[in-house]
Every structure is written in structure tokens, then in C-alpha cells.
Design a protein around this ligand. Structure first.
Ligand SMILES: Cc1ncc(COP(=O)(O)O)c(C=O)c1O
Length: 477
């Protein structure tokens, strides 16, 4: 996606489109998405898995990036939607995704959305007992038998178990829930789900995950009438980003998609061989990979607005994008490259964002030659979690463009303006805007003979002689 000339480390174009042209048209800061890279990523993910195991479904984790252009591209590529809120569900529906291709996950599900999911055939991932009881009540009221998935959590030994989500395997809570569903006449347990964390660097974590999920599947199929049709292993594959804690280069620690696929598919085939021999239907493998699909398909272009030498001698620059747009900057050291060859000696440099906040730091320490005001930098990869977790804080959120084939590009989210932000607000009648008597002199009701100089003269006159200095104080009205 990023084209790097050989003479120096800078980036001039994105998929053949000059960054300077994009900035001229859409101004800085600017997010730029590569449609090609996004499609390449999802195709690579699917083929890596489908060449080793079938059937495979990819469900796009909306929270990772729910720009319509991103979701629509992935739905065109065949991805389902994995959503965790009413908002995300409605967004998927508005994009034309049928309920039967939506997985409703997460810990927050109220009655209206559960009713809608049941009616529209979405697959609900049960996270807690409240979900379970409410869903059963709704299915009974609607006289429907609803297929459900149960979310599990457990130790893999490789990452913290996200134990706040789903039912714990080791404690027996997961088995209790499965038996409870097994006894229900309106719920059918068809799927198992777990998400073992994010930016998982060791594919063996997924081997343990598959083993534990398959063992649990065998157990509940023996103990209840459940017949599991799908294993949803969540997301978590690492992207090419650089964790702040990383001690080695990304290329040396981030597994390839094929390495993840090997570990997962080999284990799945092994763990389901007996089941296959018994003639049971083959399990559908569901992937909810987010960051590995979108992260390196998007960059943020930000420009220098001011430079300053800090008291300790370091160079520093204020940029027009910071923590407001780069939420992932709290954990990752994004790659930062200029858009022109830079001249001069490299020196330790601090890059600050535009917010009037001391913590708004894009990079605490980076080695680079001097920059000039107006220089732009390309920050990458930023596709995962930034366009969803960004903040309208102090600054408006900027334009986002998508670069397509044949050097074409389009605006996929326009920059915010005051009308957008004020559109959410309403002002109570008695706070009528522009009625500020202390700020607008025309509103101050003074007597017609008001004369502050005479008042001051009278005041001075009333003082004892020793207080009078003879100085004249003049006021203007
Ligand atoms: C349930 C679930 N699925 C998928 C994802 C996507 O994860 P990632 O971006 O690490 O692939 C997340 C992220 O938190 C998640 O919670």
C-alpha cells in the first residue's frame, strides 16, 4: 500500500495516489484507507483458512472499524457481521446484512434488541445468565425455538483469560449454563464461542483454545441434547503494529496468517476426527479477526503546525493530530514517515498532538531530521480501533478517504463541523443564546446620567486628605 522510494525513507503515494493531492483536496489531518489492501487482507485470511479447513466464516468485528465503506467492502467479500450493541446491529442492518448473517455478541443486551434478534434470526452469543433467562422468555413468548451460542472463558496459559465475558470453563459455570440451555424447550445450543484476547503473538494459544472448546463440546453433547454446529474462536491475530513493550522487530514476532491457520486448523481437524468418523456434521469455523484485517489498510496523515526546542535540548513539534484521533497510541508505537526526503542530522524528537493537554503525545521519542511547519507525516498502521474509539475532544474529527483501484479515491466520512456537534444539543429557553448582559454592553441598563468619572471624583472627595494623591483616574464608558 505504502510506496517507498529507495533513496530515502519517505512515503509520497498511497496506492498510486499522491498524498499531496489528497491533502490539497481534503486537508490535514486526514485518514486514508486502501481498499486494495483491505480486500487483499481478507482474501488472504480466508484462503489461508479455507485451504486447510472448510467451512469457514469470517464475521467482521464491527467495533474494530465500523465505517460503512470498510464494513461494506468486507461484506462484499463475504464477511458476516459480529456486533455488540444496538447501534452496531442497526448499522449492519442498514448496510443490508440480513439478521441470519449477524452474530450478536457482548455483555449488554436488553429485551428490545434480543426480541429483534430472535425475530430476525440473528445468532445470539449468550454471555451471562440474564441473557439466557431473558432470551428463553422471549423465545417462549414468540413461540420460537432459537439457536444460540454460548460464550466461554478459560485459561490458555498464553494470555489473560478475558474472564468477565461468558461462562467460565474451569469453575463449571459453562457446563451449568449448557445444561440449563439443554433443558430449555425454546433454546437450542448450536455454537460455542470464545475470544482469548487481542494481539496474540503465539499461535499455540489457539491450539489450546480449540482443544478446550472441543473437549467441552464433547462433554455437553454427551450430557445434553446439544449438537454443536459451529466453533467461533473470536479474533486476536496480531497486526503489523509495534507494541510499546516489544523488544524485537515486528517482523520477527508477529506470526503470519498461515502460521495462525496452521495451528488452528491442524488442531481442529485432529480434535474433530472422531466426530467426523461418527458421521456428525462438520463444524463451521468462525473467525472474528479484526485488527489483522484492517489495521495496515489505513494510515493517518498529520502535519506539523509548530516547532519548539524543549528546555532539555530535544526537538519537539506540535502536530495537527494526537490522542483525539490515535487511541491506539496508548499501546503502540506507530510507524511514522515523512512525505518528502528530509535533510539534516537526525536527532531525538518529541511529537505532540494538538490538544491543550500535557499527555497528548504522538511519540515520546523518535529519531528524525528537522521538520518544517507544514511538513506532513504518515502514521501507520491505524485502521483498527481508531475510527471507533476516537474522540471529538477539543478538535473536530477530520475527513476520511478511501483510495480505490486506478488511482481513484472518494470521501467516505466528511470532517465534522460546528453544526454537527451542536446538532446533538438543545439550549433551554432561559439560557437563550446571545443573551449575555455582562458581555454585551448594549444589554446593560444604566441610568441616562451615568458618569463613572463623577462617581470616582465623589468617592475621592469623601476620602481623608492623606489618601488623595492628586493623580487623575479616567474611566471610559
Ligand atoms: C468478541 C470479539 N471478537 C473479535 C474481536 C476482534 O479482535 P481483534 O481485533 O484482536 O482481532 C474482539 C475485540 O476485542 C472481540 O471482543
Amino acid at each position: 500500500m505504502l510506496e517507498q522510494p529507495t533513496n530515502s525513507d519517505y512515503v509520497e503515494k498511497i496506492d498510486g495516489v499522491a498524498i499531496s493531492d489528497l491533502l490539497r483536496k481534503y486537508s490535514s489531518p486526514l485518514f486514508v484507507i486502501s481498499e486494495k489492501r483491505l480486500r487483499d487482507n481478507i482474501r488472504q485470511l480466508k484462503s489461508a483458512f479455507e485451504s486447510r479447513y472448510q467451512p469457514v466464516i469470517h464475521a467482521w468485528s464491527y467495533k474494530t472499524n465500523y465505517l460503512n465503506a470498510v464494513c461494506a467492502t468486507l461484506h462484499q467479500e463475504g464477511s458476516w457481521a459480529e456486533v455488540v450493541s444496538v447501534f452496531e446491529y442497526e448499522k449492519a442492518c442498514a448496510l443490508g446484512v440480513p439478521g441470519s448473517r449477524i452474530l450478536f455478541n457482548g455483555p449488554h443486551k436488553k429485551r428490545p434488541i434480543l426480541e429483534r434478534c430472535v425475530k430476525e434470526g440473528a445468532r445470539i452469543h449468550i454471555d451471562n445468565l440474564e441473557d439466557l433467562y431473558l432470551l428463553e422468555t422471549i423465545a417462549r413468548e414468540l413461540d420460537k425455538v432459537t439457536s444460540v451460542t454460548v460464550r466461554l472463558n478459560f485459561e490458555t496459559g498464553y494470555s489473560d483469560s478475558w474472564s468477565r465475558f461468558g461462562f467460565n470453563l474451569e469453575s463449571g459455570a459453562a457446563l451449568d449454563a449448557a445444561i440449563r440451555i439443554g433443558n430449555s424447550s425454546h433454546l437450542k445450543l448450536r455454537g460455542l464461542h470464545s475470544h482469548i484476547g487481542t494481539f496474540i503473538l503465539d499461535p499455540r494459544a489457539y491450539q489450546v483454545q480449540i482443544e478446550k472448546m472441543c473437549e467441552f463440546m464433547e462433554l455437553i453433547e454427551r450430557q445434553t441434547h446439544a449438537l454443536i454446529d459451529s466453533l467461533d474462536i473470536g479474533g486476536g491475530f496480531a497486526s503489523s503494529n509495534v507494541q510499546q513493550t516489544a523488544r524485537l522487530q515486528t517482523e520477527r514476532i508477529v506470526p503470519t496468517i498461515s502460521q495462525y491457520a496452521d495451528a488452528i486448523c491442524d488442531t481442529l481437524l485432529k480434535m474433530t476426527a472422531q466426530r467426523q468418523a461418527e458421521g456428525k456434521p462438520r463444524l463451521t469455523l468462525i473467525l472474528e479477526s479484526g485488527r489483522a484485517v484492517i489495521d495496515d489498510a489505513e494510515v493517518l496523515i498529520s502535519s506539523v503546525v509548530a516547532g519548539k526546542r524543549l528546555p532539555d535540548g530535544r526537538a519537539s513539534y506540535a502536530m495537527d493530530a494526537g490522542g483525539n484521533l490515535l487511541f491506539t497510541g496508548f499501546w503502540y508505537n506507530h510507524r511514522i514517515k515523512p512525505t518528502r526526503p528530509l535533510q539534516g542530522l537526525t536527532e531525538e524528537t518529541v511529537l505532540y498532538g494538538p490538544l491543550c493537554m500535557n499527555i497528548d503525545i504522538v511519540r515520546q521519542s523518535i529519531s528524525m531530521p528537522p521538520l518544517s511547519v507544514g511538513d506532513s507525516l504518515v502514521i501507520s498502521p491505524v485502521g483498527a480501533y481508531n475510527n471507533t474509539q476516537w474522540m471529538q475532544f477539543i478538535e473536530y474529527r477530520p475527513n476520511i478517504v478511501m483510495v480505490h483501484d486506478n488511482n481513484e479515491f472518494s470521501l467516505v466520512r466528511r470532517a465534522e463541523n460546528l453544526a454537527d456537534i451542536n446538532g446533538f444539543e438543545s439550549l433551554p429557553e432561559h439560557l437563550n443564546a446571545h443573551d449575555y448582559p455582562h458581555l454585551t454592553s448594549r444589554r446593560i441598563n444604566r441610568p441616562p446620567d451615568f458618569n463613572p468619572n463623577r462617581i470616582m471624583a465623589n468617592f475621592l472627595q469623601s476620602l481623608p486628605d492623606s489618601f488623595r494623591t492628586g493623580n487623575t483616574i479616567r474611566f471610559t464608558t
